[in-house]
Design a protein around this ligand. Sequence first.
Ligand SMILES: Cc1cc2nc3c(=O)[nH]c(=O)nc-3n(C[C@H](O)[C@H](O)[C@H](O)COP(=O)(O)O)c2cc1C
Length: 322
Amino acid sequence: MILSLAPMEGITGHVFRAAHAECFGALDRYYSPFIRPPRVGSGFGKRDLRELCPGENPDPRLVPQLLTRDADEFVWAARLLAKMGFGEVNLNLGCPSRTVTSRGKGAGFLGDPDGLDAFLGKVTEESPIPVSVKTRLGIASVDEYERILDIYCRYPLAELIVHPRLLEDGYGGTPRWQAFGETLARAPFPVTYNGDMFSLDDINALERAFPDASRVMLGRGILANPALGRMARGGHAVTIDELEGFHDLLFEGYEDEMGGNAVLRMKEWWSYVQYAFEDPVSVWRTIRKVRKVEQYVTAAAAVFERGRLADEASYRRRGSLA
Ligand SMILES: Cc1cc2nc3c(=O)[nH]c(=O)nc-3n(C[C@H](O)[C@H](O)[C@H](O)COP(=O)(O)O)c2cc1C
């Protein structure tokens, strides 16, 4: 099973990826949170460059993800990425945020199949490195997907990552596994499953339902249970010491990156990792109101001292807890 880390804007940047690999072992593949390509003729900004390549050379497991509906900009950015040493570039066709979709980007691009067809024709022809796609099924009806899948199947994609929900599903409801199965059966390129893989049981159920599925992308599941990838390979569950070590690396890394107060960033992480604990409500209560660094350090230390880990760390949807 090839395991990858989902791109999650604001969370799975280079600091998270490096700390996670150090504490829990590297996954097979990583995808950068989406980046907007620079204008044709310009370079990537400093922030994007640091995100893509914080060291001397790019991580060979990292695939940069672009968010655009402009084929010229995509090809231009792909050329820059190829020069930096990347071997693949990914297109975001899944982002459901209104600011993105209202401009016809992310999952919004799925509402314009002709435009998408022309876009893929150009970028797969002109990009110097292979192009992969991360997609939802359509905007409002699963019937839209047949046409969209027909389009994908006409191009030499490096990989198709399917999050089998519609734009209008947001993150609600149950992923539509049938559409994933149809993709596996039809696609002439590798297909990756993504969506609601929160526990070993979830991964096992997917493997049972689709014995041919060989690639899984983990998102919120790995935020709540950072050892999920290791466990899928037969390794042990997360320990409290490991979690604290991971926390410390993240906090230091974010403070360095931001040059100051990284409490907000850490709170975003806690909003997921609370589910690693037996009593997520009390963990979240301890952390959520803290603003200043000193208060934060005390609160986090209290959680690691008193908190007990759940029998199985597993993400649960927001809303079910205070
Ligand atoms: C906070 C957050 C940020 C995300 N940012 C991105 C992104 O930059 N690019 C992308 O393709 N998907 C993004 N996603 C979607 C995830 O990659 C993934 O498809 C989604 O969370 C479903 O997988 P999961 O159920 O394993 O979490 C984001 C999701 C979340 C929760």
